[in-house]
Design a protein around this ligand. Structure first.
Ligand code: MG
Length: 390
């Protein structure tokens, strides 16, 4: 088999409802067809090589980057999402490369300090259209990355960009052209996008249990409230002794993930057989997402989310960092808005074909910062470290 034919093999095995090269929506700027890769592999590779992707290494998932080297970051979170999404995509014969692209890119637009940073920046931007990390992820791949002579952004396929824009208000969707259309006419995205979205939730639910226990913010007692955790924990305890407590946790997390992933595959497979979409068009026109959990597992999944929100995301130690992060982002934003000359490349404001307002320019700059860069910039300007306060 030739190298080219081999690269195309996975394409040939796709189900009729998968996005393939014929049904894909194309690129904004025409480019030469890749010789040894599919168009979808090319998009995945463009994400891996872009600068926003590298910065995910130093951006908070739940724990601020300096809190320890063992915790997830946005980068390792994105890799875990991609791993889960690929497994499910292959089992359903949908486009593994496309779903991997969406998974790797889904958090590119996150601010420093996770959701706390996003909330603060959204408030700062309230008079200028707000800030939302999904829209920012799209803005990065469509505009902010500068690597090519011919265009700004990464010139990704429509299907990759559509998947990256997970949520969007109708007001913003109107300004985004075809990629925002589905939020206006209430149609579904591709199966690959639906899958990346749920793989994100499976990944964070489980790694946040692991990280929360490691940080001693969550306890096994908290988690025993969840019947699935409790059953698996009891069966693991029968097999080992006290000294193996870390292994017990890994066993339970692994089995829980498997439980959710297997249910996702089986339920989605059943729905695809039942509704038998003949094309991506049928998937988009279907009244509800076709990728999903069974009703009982959906409830278990939701209960795990609620438990994490209650015990971990709202824990005093996490909220303390949320307040510090909010102050850092607010003060950086206010400083740069009032003194745009402090911004690198400030001479480009209003002059850079599309990024017209100072506020938008500042938001792009602050959102693009890693945790440690934001802290260093803030400390340089204000000579204070809120994260070090008792
Ligand atoms: Mg995520």
């Amino acid at each position: 088999m030739s190298m080219l034919a081999e690269a195309r093999t996975s394409e040939n095995q796709l189900a009729s409802y998968a996005v393939n090269e014929q049904s894909a929506g194309g690129r904004q700027y025409e480019e030469r067809t890749p010789e040894f890769r599919s168009q979808f592999q090319r998009d995945r590779d463009r994400i891996v090589h872009c600068s926003a992707f590298r910065r995910l290494e130093y951006k908070t998932q739940v724990f601020v980057n300096h809190e320890g080297d063992m915790f997830r970051t946005r980068l390792t979170h994105s890799l875990e999402v991609a791993q889960i999404a690929r497994t499910v995509a292959r089992a359903l014969a949908i486009n593994e490369d496309l779903t991997e692209t969406i998974a790797l890119a889904h958090d590119l637009g996150h601010t420093p300090f996770g959701h706390a940073g996003q909330q603060a920046l959204n408030t700062c931007m309230k008079d200028f259209g707000g800030f939302e990390h999904n829209r920012q992820s799209l803005r990065i791949v469509e505009y902010l990355e500068e690597r090519y002579f011919e265009f700004r952004g990464l010139n990704l396929l429509f299907d990759s960009r559509e998947g990256i824009l997970k949520h969007c208000s109708a007001e913003h969707a109107q300004k985004l052209g075809p990629v925002g259309q589905r939020f206006l006419n209430n149609t579904q995205p591709s199966l690959e996008a639906q899958l990346a979205n749920l793989a994100d939730e499976i990944a964070y639910n489980h790694h946040d249990v692991d990280d929360g226990l490691r940080a001693n913010l969550l306890t096994v007692e908290h988690l025993l409230e969840h019947p699935l955790f409790s059953n698996l924990y009891a069966s693991a305890k029968k097999r080992t002794n006290e000294a193996d407590s870390r292994r017990v946790i890994y066993y339970v997390i692994r089995e829980m993930m498997n439980h959710f992933v297997v249910d996702l595959i089986k339920t989605s497979k059943n729905r695809l057989e039942q509704f038998a979409p003949g094309s991506v068009g049928d998937v988009r026109a279907h009244g509800a997402p076709l990728i999903g959990f069974s009703e009982s597992v959906d409830k278990e999944h939701l209960a795990l989310k609620q438990l994490l929100r209650r015990e971990l995301y709202h824990h005093d130690n996490v909220l303390k960092n949320v307040r510090s992060a909010g102050r850092v982002v607010n003060e950086l934003f206010a400083t740069f808005i009032q003194n745009p000359e402090l911004l690198p490349d400030h001479h480009l404001i209003g002059n850079d074909d599309g990024c017209s307002s100072v506020a938008e320019f500042v938001a792009d700059y602050v959102a693009g910062m890693t945790d440690r860069f934001a802290m260093a910039e803030h400390q340089r300007i204000f000579q204070i470290n809120y994260f070090a306060e008792p």
